[in-house]
Design a protein around this ligand. Structure first.
Ligand SMILES: NC(=O)C1=CN([C@@H]2O[C@H](COP(=O)(O)OP(=O)(O)OC[C@H]3O[C@@H](n4cnc5c(N)ncnc54)[C@H](O)[C@@H]3O)[C@@H](O)[C@H]2O)[C@@H](O)CC1
Ligand SMILES: [K+]
Length: 502
């Protein structure tokens, strides 16, 4: 499990150490970690540090100090480096050390921004040390002019690689918001603990890969702002069949998805649930959709019955329900059943206060906006996309349900409890039918879960695991190209086999 903390919490954890005079020592530890990661990147991209060209963007605070000390170490290995100062009062000791190693220095102005961008593009590496956890708002002029710099991952790997010191400058370390211009990185080397702002909203997309350098803050850090499941955590949540299991003991999932207008959603949700592994799928829906399901997934047991008559351990309802009153009714009944239920798409609009954490709502940003507005919380889609962390937390607290917000980094909030962020997906997964397969995967995890409600956040962890499996299946299907949702179940099977073999 990766635990991320707000920038505010990390600064509070640092304070006693700073008061005890450990500031310079902490900075050297951070700078060494940054140098180590940057030199690894340079070595992998061009074979050696000797002869490499680095540009350090250095702002007024300690973030600039870290970056200058790291660049000094690259100078000592035979690289060349230019520091571009974005403020007048850059860390004096770090700048002096950089100069002593032979680093060149220039000051950024609006007039020379074009020349500095050329300098960056002709270099191998850009170290972004403009703003760290002390940053307030987006980059200001003249530094804002550097935000057009694209990291190598967005330029088919072409130099320069951009490495962010602690966090991409201009990103809010607590929330991941960008309230103005910000830089994007290939790699963010973060100190003490990952910042929550690297796992949500624009910050998650800007950070690139995240590497954490231990500078000895762990004993001071208490409550994580955001957590991320890793392989072992997900493997722990899976329930493969045991000898002696039969179809009913493994878990039966009820699916009320699709409609005569959108039959595909039923097929995709059912296919994904079967690929994730359940004892049985009971499918409820209109006759023509049942016929289609029987044709494509003959193992599913189909009927036009209601939720109350179906013996299941969990529900997946809502994908493709459209305006089908029968399916929307089933979704409402599933929410009220007390059983774990994943509720998607049009059915989300039926959610209100008083639900329990076993109900998992899976909106995209537009659906979350509509839900919050219907609960009296005026907002718009841009606000939700700009600060998804606050909005997903708010929706969970207002409804009492677990809320999974789909996005580049998927966020899952338990009511009053932990928030999880999973970022294994590829942008190619943004395709019709992708969400229907997520419902099927999560429904199957809920139906086969035998550990019960357990600790707070149990259902949020299952939802985060489903998002991770879905994201990995998408990445596996895509292999750098487009994804068809109908191909996802096959990849889900391979992803799960990987977890179960490890
Ligand atoms: N405090 C510590 O002990 C340690 C801090 N570390 C580094 O120090 C950073 C925090 O340092 P600071 O507190 O100095 O903060 P920053 O380095 O983030 O910079 C704050 C400075 O930038 C100015 N500023 C704020 N917002 C701005 C904006 N939008 N545009 C332009 N200027 C702006 C402020 O006036 C202030 O001078 C961390 O992110 C980390 O990189 C590390 O060296 C580890 C140890
Ligand atoms: K930075």
């Amino acid at each position: 499990m990766i635990s991320a903390y707000s920038g505010t919490a990390v600064r509070a954890a640092e304070q006693p150490l700073l008061d005890a005079g450990a500031g310079p020592d902490l900075m050297q530890k951070a700078a060494y970690g940054l140098y180590h990661a940057a030199s690894g990147l340079l070595s992998s991209r061009r074979g050696r540090i000797y002869g490499s060209k680095t540009v350090v963007l250095a702002g007024a605070g300690n973030n600039g100090g870290d970056a200058l000390y790291a660049a000094s170490r690259l100078l000592a290995r035979g690289g060349s480096s230019t520091a571009v100062l974005t403020a007048a009062d850059v860390h004096p000791a770090a700048l002096a050390a950089f100069r002593r190693r032979g680093g060149k220095v220039l000051t950024l102005t609006e007039e020379n921004t074009g020349t500095v961008l050329e300098l960056c593009r002709a270099s191998d590496l850009v170290l972004d040390g403009i703003l760290g956890t002390g940053g307030k708002g987006g980059l200001r002029s003249p530094a804002a002019g550097l935000a057009v710099l694209e990291p190598a991952r967005l330029r088919r790997g072409e130099a320069p690689a951009v490495v962010a010191c602690d966090l991409p400058s201009g990103i809010n370390a607590d929330t991941g918001e960008a309230r103005g211009a910000y830089l994007r990185a290939d790699l963010t080397v973060t100190f003490g603990a990952p910042k929550a702002g690297l796992m949500a909203g624009p910050g998650a997309a800007a950070a690139g890969q995240i590497e954490c350098v231990d500078i000895g803050l762990s004993p001071q850090l208490r409550t994580a702002g955001i957590q991320r499941l890793e392989d072992a955590d997900i493997a722990d949540l899976l329930r493969p069949p045991a000898p002696g299991d039969h179809k009913y003991s493994r878990g039966v999932l009820g699916i009320a998805a699709g409609s005569t207008k959108y039959p595909g959603a039923a097929v995709l949700a059912t296919g994904a649930a079967l690929a994730t592994g359940v004892g049985m799928v009971r499918f409820l829906g209109p006759e023509p959709v049942c016929q289609l399901i029987n044709l494509l997934h003959p193992e599913a047991v189909c009927s036009q019955g209601g939720v109350a008559q179906a013996h299941v351990q969990a529900w997946a309802a809502g994908p493709g329900a459209g305006e089908d009153e029968g399916q929307l009714r089933r979704a409402v009944d599933a929410m009220a059943s007390g059983l774990p239920a994943v509720i998607d798409a049009d059915a989300i609009a039926a959610a209100g206060p008083g639900l329990g954490p076993q109900v998992i709502l899976t909106p995209h940003a537009g659906e979350l906006t509509a839900l919050l507005n219907s609960l009296g919380n005026r907002t718009d889609r841009a606000a939700v996309e700009g600060d998804p962390l606050s909005h997903v937390r708010h929706a969970a607290d207002l409804t009492g349900a677990t809320v999974l917000l789909k996005g580049w980094a998927t966020l899952v909030a338990a009511p009053g409890g932990p928030v999880y962020s999973q970022a294994e997906a590829t942008p190619w997964l943004a395709t019709a039918g992708s969400g229907d397969t997520l419902s099927g995967i999560l429904g199957a995890l809920l139906a086969t879960d035998t550990s019960g409600p357990g600790s707070p956040g149990h259902y949020a962890r299952l939802a985060a695991a489903a998002a991770s499996i879905h994201g990995r299946a998408g990445t596996l299907s895509a292999r750098g190209g487009p994804v068809e949702a109908s191909g996802l179940p096959a990849s889900v099977r391979r992803v799960l086999a990987g977890f179960l073999q490890d």
